[in-house]
Write a protein that binds this ligand. Structure first.
Ligand SMILES: Cc1cc2nc3c(=O)[nH]c(=O)nc-3n(C[C@H](O)[C@H](O)[C@H](O)COP(=O)(O)OP(=O)(O)OC[C@H]3O[C@@H](n4cnc5c(N)ncnc54)[C@H](O)[C@@H]3O)c2cc1C
Length: 298
């Protein structure tokens, strides 16, 4: 099948891109890397009357540290972030990116495009939620900031209005005493995950804080504070092994998985996958946090 006919515009400034999108009165769509949108168009799952290609907009091509955040503009490719030493400052991002599809897709696909697409089994929305990233949305009324936890409204649904562009995302750089883990299970590498997990541990003085974000197991990434579960595992022997964590995390992990069984996996199987990942990745995140420099060798 081929895409239904559409008009194509390629503005060179953000104000023109916003005006072009607003001019379509809701019938237009932004195209960034096209790695998700092109198949959707080809299968006629969407029939926008206009595509607003943002790839010539200079303002969106920014990849830089800004204070204690990494700023990623809307046209920045996933592969660029994966390869740039700057992204070592955000170890969770670096751990997650190699899991996103295949290298060829990451060479075109953008970080912001993945967030805007909001696939419930995608890796980058989970990273954004686990890190409390903030996103900038720009429309005819100006720009607004939305936290990742409020941006995702369900499968392929976000806080973006029909006339808004996701112009950038800001991710916090890791502080001393932070550690991360990330893994997923799919039938083949590059497939969307049956279950996936991002873990973040923060050791601050005598405080131990932990967060898990699961993906592929609900209609969006699901984040839970598991500080109490980590502390309970530690209180026995002072050591958070994957097996001990599986014991303390079982109830919270069960509750995070609400996808019904499908052709790929039953709900129970997804729960077991997620529990294994949660024990393993939280244990790694804790060990990395104890080493104290927030860095992950990749
Ligand atoms: C075979 C295959 C396997 C894949 N595997 C994975 C995987 O394992 N994990 C994964 O996460 N992804 C996977 N993808 C998707 C891929 O990584 C895409 O790169 C990504 O989801 C979208 O990024 P993009 O820049 O290509 O966005 P596009 O395809 O250009 O756009 C996607 C959607 O987001 C909207 N959009 C894009 N940018 C903006 C913006 N700045 N503001 C507002 N709206 C915007 C578009 O209108 C469209 O609705 C796979 C794709 C394919 C074809």
């Amino acid at each position: 099948m081929k895409a239904a006919p559409f008009a194509y515009v390629r503005p060179s400034s953000l104000s023109d891109a916003v005006a072009e999108l607003a001019g379509t009165s809701g019938g237009g769509k932004v195209i960034a890397g096209g790695q998700s949108l092109a198949p959707v168009l080809a299968m006629r799952l969407a029939r926008p009357d206009t595509l607003v290609d943002i790839n010539s907009v200079q303002e969106l091509d920014e990849f830089a540290l800004s204070g204690d955040h990494l700023h990623i503009g809307a046209t920045i490719r996933q592969r660029r972030v994966e390869r740039d030493p700057l992204s070592r400052k955000v170890p969770l991002l670096r751990l997650a990116l190699p899991w996103v599809g295949h290298r060829e897709l990451r060479s075109r696909g953008t970080v912001c495009g993945s967030l805007a697409h909001a696939d419930p089994a995608a890796e980058l929305p989970a990273v954004a939620c686990c890190l409390d990233a903030d996103l900038t949305l720009t429309g005819p009324q100006g720009s607004r900031q939305v936290l990742a936890g409020e941006f995702f409204g369900g499968a392929m649904t976000t806080a973006l209005g029909p006339d808004e562009i996701l112009t950038s995302v800001r991710l916090p750089v890791a502080a001393a005493g932070e550690g991360f883990g990330f893994a997923e299970i799919a039938r083949r590498h590059g497939d969307f995950a049956l279950a996936g997990l991002a873990a973040r541990v923060r050791l601050r003085g005598d405080r131990t804080e932990a967060t898990l974000t699961a993906f592929g197991v609900s209609d969006r990434a699901v984040t839970r504070d598991v500080s109490a579960e980590l502390r309970a595992a530690l209180s026995d022997m002072g050591d958070a092994t994957a097996d001990r964590l599986k014991g303390t995390l079982a109830a919270v992990v069960d509750e995070m998985v609400d996808t019904e069984g499908d052709a790929h996996a039953s709900q129970d199987y997804r729960r077991r996958l997620l529990l294994t990942l949660a024990g393993r990745e939280l244990s790694k995140a804790y060990e990395r946090a104890r080493k104290g420099n927030g860095e992950v060798a990749t």
